[in-house]
Write a new protein. Structure first.
Length: 185
């Protein structure tokens, strides 16, 4: 009789859940049906590279949160990166980006800030939020511990993981006896 130990099964299960999370992010409603959301599933050595970069950022910025979240990432099986090409306009002239018209927004210089590039269209930012919520809900539906983390996205962008996104967040996933993302100092 074949035997599958829990560690191997949990890793395989979490990777399958992460793939389902990607589907959830892709099919999440988007403003005007325009999909500018980008997803990447990262695990193994590449995941640990992001965690190592977070440790560097913690030292550079004297920001313990990067170190704490980097440890969480190292202790995770995988991370789903979800970003959006927020520097594209939606075309409503709503002013949510800080400009009077989308034309002004489109003509504005794009600047790389400390972590992300801006300015960003408020509707693209909303699309990112909905995609993140859909992916996190899918993880929750399958009992995978998860948490949306800004710092993971900042480190992943710094390493060049995403190709078109101006803002990226990370959702690490794990299966432990207690949630490593919320039961922490």
């Amino acid at each position: 009789m074949p035997v599958i130990d829990s560690n191997r099964s949990e890793v395989e299960g979490l990777l399958n859940i992460a793939r389902l999370m990607m589907v959830s992010a892709r099919t999440a409603p988007k403003s005007g049906g325009r999909d500018d959301v980008e997803t990447e599933l990262v695990f193994g050595e590449e995941k640990d590279r992001i965690a190592d970069e977070m440790e560097k950022m913690a030292t550079e910025r004297n920001a313990k949160g990067f170190s704490r979240d980097g440890k969480n990432l190292k202790d995770s099986v995988a991370v789903l990166l979800i970003g959006v090409e927020g520097t594209k306009s939606f075309g409503l002239d709503c002013g949510g980006c800080g400009f009077n018209t989308c034309k002004e927004f489109e003509e504005a210089a794009r600047r790389k800030g400390r972590d992300f590039t801006g300015p960003n269209c408020v509707f693209k930012s909303l699309d990112l939020g909905i995609a993140l919520g859909s992916a996190a809900k899918t993880a929750m539906d399958h009992n995978a511990d998860n948490r949306i983390m800004y710092r993971i996205g900042a480190a992943a962008m710094r390493l060049g993981f995403t190709k078109k996104s101006s803002v990226v967040m990370g959702i690490p996933i794990s299966a432990k006896g207690k949630s490593i993302y919320f039961d922490r100092p």
